[in-house]
Design a protein around this ligand. Structure first.
Ligand code: PLP
Length: 413
C-alpha cells in the first residue's frame, strides 16, 4: 500500500503529478511520500498497541533528517549503528532515551559519545565489546543500559546478505555465551545488563521465523531465570517488491502477540524497510535505447548502481513504471545505468511498454536502503531527495554539485 498511483495516465505521488516534479528537478532524484511513511509507522504502532512497544525506526534504511524527524515527532525512537547515525539522530531532536545502538564494531570513541549523550541502551554483539563498554563507562563514571543480542540460529527465507540470525553470521551472541555473561554479570559492574535483543534478518515476509526466534529466546530467558526489563525484537518485516506475499502489520501482530503479550517486558521494534520501503521511488530519465550486439534491447537511464545499489548487490527486483503511461507495445529490456560496470543495472529482461529516450521512469519501492547506499562512484554527484507533504514538494536534500565531489580532497602537485 502506498501513495504512488496513476491519475489520468500520469503517475502521482499523493496528489502531485510526478511528470511536473520531473520537469522541475534534474533527474535522477529520490521522491518520498510523507503520507505513506507515516501510515506505515502508524500501522505497526496500532497493530501492536496492546503491548505499547517503543518503535525505534532503523536509520540505516533511510537517514534523511526530515524523514527521521517526522517519525520522531510522531513518537518514534531511532535504531542507530554508528557515531554518524547518532550525530544525525540527535540533530532530528530524538530524545537520547529513545535511541538504541546496534553494530558489531562500535569504536571506543563512538561508545564514549553514546554514553555521554545518555542513549537508552547498547545492543551488545560480543564479550570484547561488552568489556569495552564497561571500561569506557567506568572512566566516565556512568552506568549505561546494555542488551545482549542473541543469535538464535533461526534461518529466515531472505537474501543471504541480509540474513543475520544464523550461527555462521557475525551477528549476536551464542546462548551459551550469553548464559555465562548473565551468570557473571557482577564482572561488568559499570553497566546495567537489563535487556535482550534479537534481529534475525531483513525483508522477511513470513511470520514463522520471528515466532521461532522469539520462542527460542523466551525459553532461554525463562530457563535461566534471567531478569530483564527490555526485550528488543529488532526489525525485518518484509514488504512487497515483486510477487512475494508480504504480511501486513496486523498479520505480524496476530502471530507474535500471543507469545509476548503476557510477558513482563517493555518491547521494542526496530523496523526500517516496512516504514519507508514503499514510501519512496527513484525517478530517472531515459537517455538512449540501444540494441546490443547480441540483439538485446538496452534502455540506458541516467540513474546507476551508484544511485540504487540493491539490484546489483542483491539481485533485488524493483518494479519500474513509466511516469506517463503509454499504449506502446511491450518489449523486453535491460534497464541499465551509465556506470562502467556490467553489473550496473536496475532491471534485467524486463517486459515494459516500448521505452523511448527522454521519458521518465519511476523505480518503485526504493525508499529503504536506497539513498543511504548511494555513492559517488564514477564521480557522479548524488541526486536530490524530495518529499511530498500536504501537496507540497520539499527538497529534503539538495542535489550534489561537482564542488561536493572534491570536498575535503587535496590536489597535491
Ligand atoms: N535492526 C538491526 C539490528 C538491523 O541490522 C536492521 C537491518 O538489517 C534493522 C533493525 C532494520 O531492518 P529492516 O529494515 O528489515 O526492518
Amino acid at each position: 500500500m502506498h501513495s504512488f498511483n496513476y491519475k489520468k495516465g500520469v503517475l502521482h505521488c499523493e496528489n502531485v503529478s510526478m511528470e511536473e516534479i520531473a520537469k522541475q528537478h534534474p533527474t535522477p532524484f529520490y521522491l518520498y511520500s510523507s503520507k505513506t511513511i507515516m501510515d506505515h509507522f502508524c500501522k505497526i504502532k496500532n497493530a501492536f498497541k496492546e503491548i505499547d512497544p517503543l518503535i525505534c525506526f532503523s536509520m540505516k534504511s533511510n537517514s534523511n533528517l526530515s524523514i527521521c524527524r517526522a517519525l520522531v515527532n510522531a513518537g518514534s525512537g531511532l535504531d542507530i549503528v554508528s557515531g554518524g547515525e547518532l550525530y544525525k539522530a540527535l540533530k532530528t531532536g530524538c530524545p537520547p532515551e529513545r535511541i538504541v545502538y546496534a553494530s558489531v564494531g562500535k569504536t571506543e570513541d563512538e561508545i564514549r559519545t553514546a554514553i555521554r549523550k545518555g542513549i537508552l541502551f547498547f545492543n551488545i554483539e560480543s564479550v570484547p565489546e561488552l568489556i569495552m563498554i564497561d571500561t569506557v563507562a567506568k572512566k566516565l563514571k556512568k552506568k549505561p543500559n546494555v542488551a545482549l543480542r542473541i543469535n538464535p540460529d533461526v534461518k529466515a527465507r531472505t537474501h543471504d546478505y541480509i540474513t543475520t540470525g544464523t550461527k555462521e553470521k557475525k551477528f549476536g551472541i551464542d546462548t551459551r555465551v550469553a548464559e555465562e555473561i548473565f551468570d557473571n554479570a557482577n564482572k561488568y559492574s559499570n553497566v546495567v545488563l537489563n535487556g535482550i535483543h534479537l534481529h534475525i534478518g531483513s525483508q522477511i515476509t513470513e511470520t514463522a521465523p520471528f515466532v521461532r526466534a522469539i520462542k527460542k529466546t523466551l525459553d532461554f530467558i525463562e530457563k535461566n531465570g534471567i531478569d530483564i526489563k527490555w526485550f528488543n525484537l529488532g526489525g525485518g518485516f518484509g514488504i512487497v517488491y515483486n510477487s512475494e506475499r508480504a504480511r501486513s502489520a496486523k498479520e505480524f501482530a496476530r502471530a507474535l502477540l500471543p507469545i509476548i503479550k503476557d510477558k513482563p517486558y517493555k518491547f521494542i521494534f526496530e523496523p526500517g524497510r516496512f516504514i519507508v520501503g514503499n514510501g519512496g521511488v527513484l525517478v530517472t530519465k531515459v537517455l538512449y535505447v540501444k540494441t546490443g550486439s547480441g540483439g538485446k534491447q538496452f534502455a540506458i537511464v541516467d540513474a546507476g548502481m551508484n544511485d540504487l545499489l540493491r539490484p546489483s548487490l542483491y539481485e533485488a527486483h524493483h518494479d519500474i513504471l513509466p511516469i506517463v503511461k503509454s499504449k506502446r507495445e511491450s518489449r523486453k529490456y535491460d534497464v541499465v545505468g551509465p556506470i562502467c560496470e556490467s553489473g550496473d543495472y536496475l532491471a534485467l529482461d524486463r517486459k515494459m511498454p516500448e521505452i523511448i529516450p527522454g521519458e521518465y521512469l519511476s523505480v518503485m519501492s526504493a525508499g529503504a536502503y536506497g539513498y543511504v547506499m548511494a555513492s559517488n562512484y564514477n564521480s557522479r554527484p548524488r541526486g536530490a531527495e524530495l518529499l511530498v507533504k500536504n501537496g507540497d514538494v520539499k527538497t529534503v536534500r539538495r542535489r550534489e554539485t561537482y564542488q561536493d565531489l572534491i570536498r575535503g580532497e587535496k590536489n597535491i602537485p
